[in-house]
Design a protein around this ligand. Structure first.
Ligand code: UDP
Ligand code: MG
Length: 323
């Protein structure tokens, strides 16, 4: 059997500081894997420029001119990490046997790729890179990340613990994944739904080599919320349950109020009434918000806008245009 063709898919947004360093690391990894006979010589590193405002795309084009093992596609504008990864995977799908998606900041240990490819050669179609420990993240990032996974799982979104978007997917798994047409993307929650034989590879996470994180707390919370509402209707069910409980309590309250009224023991209860009204108002507004979030998602899904638009490709990726 010929060794498989590997495409390493790397989303890049304003990464001019790290790209010159990490591109060499990716290239070296390809070399090692090829030398070990695990992957074919036609393997590539595919950068996806996600509408960067700095020199990222120029750097990618330079790399491609120097070495055809570097390829790139550029999105027409910034669409976010998840869409960038998807664009790269879909572009790579028909050109390779396996893809590995990884961030471009050097935080994820490239050496885990050996074990990932081995697992593929053993028959796995999807291999999740899982962070063994998070020593290098700040205590704050660590705590929010742990909370994030717990919250997701509690809310019914099935995700692999401590797995981000560092994973191997075979072309076969990707072809099935391509049939998931949703525009609200949450890849790490969607990929497990594809099924097939899969496994985890554990690695240590490093510091970002340069530049700064694009995921502050605000975006983390946004991602968690999106993850839940894209993958699960459990929050709506919880609301229904809470609504039922509140209805029963209110019913008991009404009976109690009637009894006190009929027995002539009613008192001037303005304060308690006002409290209940405010409380109910708050609960209802919150519940409507959650339901509104789902309606917003349905709205975006019915529009079925393209999930990514590719503006430019490097030479080796260009033939797809002609097809
Ligand atoms: N990224 C992207 N588009 C964005 C934000 C980030 O393609 O709008 C890329 C970024 O270049 C990096 C990866 O997504 O390769 C992860 O981003 P980052 O390292 O900032 O996130 P963190 O590791 O801190 O969660
Ligand atoms: Mg990072």
């Amino acid at each position: 059997m010929n060794p498989p063709v590997l495409y390493i898919v790397v989303p890049c947004y304003n990464e001019e500081a790290v790209l010159p360093v990490t591109s060499g690391m990716f290239r070296e990894k390809l070399r090692q894997l090829t030398a070990a006979g695990k992957i074919a010589e036609e393997s590539r590193v595919l950068f996806v420029n996600d509408g960067s405002k700095d020199r990222t795309w120029e750097i990618i084009q330079d790399l491609n001119r120097q070495d055809e093992h570097f390829q790139g596609i550029a999105q027409s504008r910034n669409r976010g990490h998840q869409n960038a990864v998807l664009a790269g995977l879909m572009e790579a799908m028909d050109r390779c046997d396996i893809t590995i998606s990884i961030d471009c900041d050097g935080q994820d240990d490239l050496n885990a790729m050996d074990a990932m490819v081995d697992a593929y050669l053993d028959g796995c179609e999807i291999v999740y890179g899982v962070r063994a420990k998070r020593d290098t993240d700040s205590a704050f990032k660590r705590a929010t990340a742990q909370g994030f996974y717990r919250f997701l799982n509690f809310m019914g979104a099935e995700v692999v613990y401590n797995h981000a978007d560092y994973r191997l997917m075979s072309a076969r798994a990707l072809r099935e994944f391509a049939k998931f047409k949703e525009v609200n993307l949450y890849l790490r929650g969607m990929v497990p739904l594809v099924g097939f034989k899969s496994t985890c590879v554990y690695y240590d996470r490093h510091e970002r080599l340069a530049g700064k994180s694009h995921y502050p707390l605000r975006k983390m919370l946004g991602l968690a919320f999106d993850g839940v509402t894209s993958l699960s209707v459990k929050p709506i069910r919880m609301i229904t349950t809470i609504g039922l409980v509140i209805s029963v309590l209110s019913f008991l309250g009404i009976i109690w109020a009637l009894i006190t009224a009929f027995t002539g023991r009613s008192v001037a209860g303005w304060a308690s009434t006002a409290c209940i009204v405010c409380f109910m108002g708050g609960i209802q507004a919150m519940f409507l918000g959650v339901i509104g979030e789902y309606i917003g998602k349905i709205y975006m899904e019915t529009k079925a806008r393209p999930r990514y638009i590719i503006a430019e490709r490097t030479e080796g990726m260009a033939e797809k245009d002609a097809q």
